[in-house]
Write a protein that binds this ligand. Structure first.
Ligand SMILES: Cc1cc2nc3c(=O)[nH]c(=O)nc-3n(C[C@H](O)[C@H](O)[C@H](O)COP(=O)(O)OP(=O)(O)OC[C@H]3O[C@@H](n4cnc5c(N)ncnc54)[C@H](O)[C@@H]3O)c2cc1C
Length: 387
């Protein structure tokens, strides 16, 4: 079994690393991240120029093609510098374009995918509601009611990242009363983000601050039938089709965070002196570095394994959940160790580890909380459902 990159993948990885170091180094990411509430459009434009929005989109619809492995490499290399700002690329790409590619009608694909590939439109995901994200269906009160040749949507969403700048919200709403099977009667809509009846408010937060995450209110927002994604009544089931992809990408993002903090820690230990010695000569700090390296390898192998299974068309739900949990927890531990090794300067906004540390904290909570991912892992082993 070989989880190494092919020659072509390795070339792509190297070109990505070169691009990141030249175009979006860590100082650049630090500066962007400090502009709270202001979406980093210039970063989006750099991705557009580099063609990254087209990766993963079928060539037939104006994309560059590329499977989950290319997306995983791109995601990891971006996150090595950008950490959570990687979502500026990720939401439209591995959540938005993936959903349209999987469930869109031919007309939706022809209309939306080329524009996504050219970086002309942005997507946001609006699933979570204020009453709960883990028990999404139990908490969901947003409704869409038939009106002429469309639907009127009313309700509220929360934590919809980049909703304030999105051209389309991929939104889940209830279109039929709740029955014993809670997932039935839900529908996915592509709601134009800048239309009447849609308002947003950014929620101040501790990490990935310039990519705003929003509350979204829908007050009689009308959406035509052409903007229903997939089959009405089957929305939740369809949303499950993108979950493995999202978990693998999140795991890759966390591996990128580990890459970023490990190299920073090595540089810092080599440069700073205490007691007439460089920090790198202290055994305890060497052990921290060794721990980080082992956590990097563990997360990397589990992420590769899940991505490889997905690319081979093998069942990968268990592997994606495990990669997500391990990578997010290792990214948190590694960024915390890096911050510790920077001493007091680790606590300063002008150094890097704190940004990774704040961003990594989220990934144990979302897109799926690690407690819920563990529930699924236990269920995959035949244990009874615990909720
Ligand atoms: C910065 C940020 C960005 C986000 N971006 C988006 C986005 O773009 N689009 C979107 O739709 N959502 C987004 N989310 C929402 C995210 O997916 C949810 O926060 C997440 O799913 C958890 O839901 P919750 O916050 O309602 O917590 P809750 O569901 O209320 O959970 C609270 C706690 O209870 C635990 N818990 C709940 N049920 C169980 C159970 N059965 N077993 C064990 N433990 C359980 C959870 O693990 C958690 O620890 C974002 C969230 C944040 C913070």
């Amino acid at each position: 079994m070989d989880f190494g990159y092919t020659e072509e993948q390795e070339l792509f990885r190297r070109s990505m690393r070169h691009w990141v170091d030249n175009e979006i180094p860590k100082e650049y990411a630090n500066r962007l991240e400090q502009q709270e509430y202001e979406f980093p459009h210039e970063l989006w434009d750099k991705f557009t120029e580099a063609g990254f929005h087209a990766i993963g989109i079928d060539e037939k619809y104006g994309g560059q093609g590329g499977d989950i492995i290319s997306q995983m490499i791109l995601c990891r290399e971006l996150a090595r510098s950008l950490a959570g700002l990687t979502w500026v690329w990720g939401i439209s790409s591995f959540s938005g374009a993936k959903s349209v590619g999987l469930y869109g009608s031919e007309q939706q694909k022809l209309e939306l995918l080329p524009r996504l590939a050219r970086g002309e439109i942005k997507f946001a995901i609006a699933y979570t509601e204020p009453a709960g994200g883990t028990d999404l269906l139990g908490a969901m009160t947003t409704t869409a009611v038939r009106a002429g040749d469309g639907w009127v949507i009313n309700g509220q969403k929360i934590w919809s990242t980049a909703a304030h700048v999105a051209d389309y919200l991929l939104l889940l709403a209830r279109t039929a009363p709740v029955t014993a099977k809670k997932s039935a009667g839900t529908t996915l809509f592509l709601v134009p983000g800048k239309q009447d009846g849609v308002t947003t408010r950014q929620i101040p937060k501790i990490g990935m601050r310039s990519v705003g995450s929003c509350e979204v209110w829908l007050d009689d927002a009308w959406v035509p039938d052409e903007l229903v994604l997939g089959e009405p009544g089957n929305g939740f089931k369809q949303s499950l089709g993108t979950l493995n992809n999202e978990r693998i990408m999140l795991a890759a993002l966390c591996v990128g965070i580990i890459d970023g903090v490990l190299e920073d820690a090595l540089d810092y230990l080599a440069a700073r002196e205490v007691f007439g010695k460089r920090l790198e000569q202290l055994q305890v700090l060497q052990h921290y570095i060794a721990d980080m390296k082992m956590m990097q390898s563990q997360a990397e192998l589990m992420t590769f394994n899940a991505a490889w299974r997905q690319s081979e068309g093998l069942e990968c739900g268990l592997e994606s959940n495990m990669a997500k949990v391990v990578s997010s927890e290792n990214a948190g531990k590694c960024s915390d160790l890096a911050l510790q090794m920077f001493g007091g300067m680790g606590y300063a906004y002008e150094t890097n580890p704190q940004r990774y540390w704040r961003d990594a904290r989220l990934y144990r909570i979302g897109p799926i909380a690690n407690e819920m991912a563990r529930n699924s892992i236990a269920e995959a082993l035949g244990m009874p459902r615990s909720f």
